[in-house]
Each structure stands twice: as structure tokens, then as C-alpha cells.
Design a protein around this ligand. Structure first.
Ligand SMILES: [Zn+2]
Length: 257
């Protein structure tokens, strides 16, 4: 394993997200490498601090009531059930409810919003981890002739790269992330005081444009030229959606904000 391969796995390793074999390879490389070793240690330290120091909030009563209603609903819809099954069913439901509440109480605020789809949560996760972990940019350049080959050398696909400084979105650089367990290209743009991460990956099917909000961050998705463009930022949803649509179609307009 070399530094590039290790770099792509350091955050996942610090979060305990990779299998044993690769975890061992990353640890072995980090132990012997003066660049990756301290980075892995710093990332692990951030994780520990977050777990130890972030406040834990009890689930609000409204949420508790909603969960009760949602868990109760299927039983009501299916009409009367025999007493034994009802007893068994309610036990399972109560167990599930307790598990849900424990999960929500413990990690909802740390891990991502409930009801948001997994992809948005992953995107916001990698956006915040990159910001917190100080690995926002691995190749710092506004020059597409630098960024594009850097990415191509590390991925099995090539993406269009453009600087949109003229529209108020200068390209700051790029990095490699992991999304759905695959290495992906992340372009980093700036807009005023906002950082915008844009993951670009090959897409088999056209993605309908969408905007989601997770933990106060907006995620906007667009599709163009066989690529899926997924942006995560604290920029407002409308401007983010317009920007990512523009990227996907090679024509970014000037933002309103
Ligand atoms: Zn290294």
C-alpha cells in the first residue's frame, strides 16, 4: 500500500468502517509512514473528541409520539389479530421502538437526520469529516490541467473539471473520497464564505434533480454527460441546486446570493 491508497482510506479507517484486511494494510502503512501516521492519529483523535465531548440530547416528545404512531400504525391497518400474535407483535414493536429511541438518543445528532436518505447522509458525512479532519483539499489548484490528471491518475474514470470563478464559484482543488464503498472524485469549490464539495461519479441511470437537508447542510444532485454530480455545502439549497445543475451541464450561472 502506498500513500495515495492509504490516504483514500484514512478517514474510513479512523471511523472503523473498513474490513480487517484493508484496516491491517492501512495501519501497517501508517505505522511506517511519517505522513499518513500522524494523519491517521489526528483523525482518530477527532473522532474520540467528538464522541466524548459532543452533547447528547434526549429525543423530543414530538418525535417520541411520532415514532409511537408510526410503529403502531401497521397493526391498526391490518385489523384485529389473535391475542397471542398481538402480544408477540407488541413485544417486537416495543423492542424495535426502544432500539429506535436508543439509537436516536445516542447518535441521531451526530450521525445525520432521521428520514434522510443514506446517500445524503454519506455526502454530508464526508463533507463535514473533510472540513473537520483538515483534508478538504488534496490537490490545491484552480487549474483544470492540474486537477483533472491528478484525479484521473487515482480513479478508473475521468471527469470534466472546470473553474467557475467568473460566475463566483472558484475551483479550490480536489480530493479522493469514498462513496458507496467506491473511490470517487470530489471537486472543492468556494462561493463567498461557503465551501462546496461536489462528488462526481459515473451514473448508470439518470438521477432526477433533488435537494435534501441533513444536519443543516444542503445536498443537491444533478445528472449530465453520464456522470452524477452530488454537491454538499452550507450554501442555501436553491443556489446549490442551480450550481450543481450548471456543473452537470457545463454552464454555471451567477448565483443570487
Ligand atoms: Zn503514507
Amino acid at each position: 500500500m502506498n500513500c495515495d491508497e492509504a490516504a483514500a482510506l484514512l478517514t474510513a479507517e479512523s471511523d472503523g468502517e473498513i474490513d480487517r484486511l484493508r484496516s491491517h494494510a492501512v495501519r501497517k502503512h501508517a505505522a511506517a509512514c511519517s505522513t499518513c501516521g500522524p494523519r491517521l492519529e489526528a483523525l482518530s483523535e477527532i473522532g474520540r473528541e467528538l464522541r466524548e465531548q459532543l452533547p447528547y440530547h434526549p429525543a423530543p416528545a414530538v418525535l417520541r409520539a411520532r415514532l409511537m404512531a408510526e410503529h403502531a400504525a401497521p397493526v391498526a391497518r391490518h385489523g384485529p389479530v389473535p391475542a397471542r400474535r398481538r402480544w408477540f407483535g407488541s413485544g417486537v414493536l416495543a423492542g424495535g421502538l426502544v432500539a429506535s429511541l436508543v439509537w436516536l438518543t445516542g447518535t441521531a445528532w451526530l450521525q445525520g437526520g432521521f428520514g434522510d436518505d443514506d446517500l445524503s447522509t454519506q455526502l454530508v458525512g464526508l463533507h463535514t469529516r473533510a472540513t473537520l479532519g483538515n483534508r478538504l483539499i488534496e490537490v490545491a489548484s484552480s487549474d483544470r490541467h492540474t486537477v483533472k490528471p491528478w484525479l484521473s491518475a487515482r480513479l478508473d474514470y475521468a471527469i470534466p473539471v472546470a473553474d467557475w470563478a467568473s460566475a463566483g464559484f472558484p475551483l479550490a482543488g480536489a480530493r479522493i473520497d469514498r462513496l458507496d464503498r467506491r473511490p470517487v472524485a470530489t471537486l472543492v469549490y468556494r462561493h463567498r464564505d461557503h465551501v462546496i464539495d461536489v462528488v462526481v461519479r459515473p451514473a448508470a441511470t439518470a438521477t432526477p434533480p433533488a435537494v435534501h437537508t441533513v444536519r443543516g447542510f444542503n445536498v443537491a444532485v444533478a445528472h449530465g454527460t453520464e456522470m452524477e454530480w452530488l454537491a454538499a455545502s452550507d450554501l442555501n439549497g436553491a443556489d446549490l441546486a442551480a450550481f450543481v445543475q450548471g456543473l452537470a451541464h457545463g454552464k454555471v450561472g451567477v448565483a443570487s446570493e
